[in-house]
Design a protein around this ligand. Structure first.
Ligand SMILES: [Zn+2]
Length: 92
């Protein structure tokens, strides 16, 4: 997957989840697959571009959910699970 395809995927998933990010960054990261900031910037490890779609989706949904939910609580984990299943529900 190239950078543009990846960004497209992130954008589509953000619409499904109902969150919006201000900026997206893909760069080398030492210890993480991704991160997000309070200002609405999501950052992904460029190594992720070479990973499986499954892994990519996991990291993308995880970071996007952080735009709405700060911590890994019960709600966060069940939403993550729901969005990673094939039939993505649409949240309004
Ligand atoms: Zn997290």
């Amino acid at each position: 997957m190239d950078k543009n395809e990846f960004i497209k995927e992130v954008t589509e998933l953000s619409q499904k989840i109902g969150v919006s990010f201000k900026e997206i960054q893909i760069r080398t990261m030492k210890n993480k697959w991704g991160s997000c900031s309070h200002s609405g910037r999501v950052t992904f490890n460029s190594k992720l571009l070479d990973e499986t779609e499954e892994k990519q989706k996991y990291v993308i949904v995880h970071e996007l959910l952080h735009l709405k939910y700060g911590e890994h609580n019960k709600l966060f984990n069940s939403l993550l699970k729901a969005y990673l299943s094939e039939d993505l529900p649409t949240l309004q």
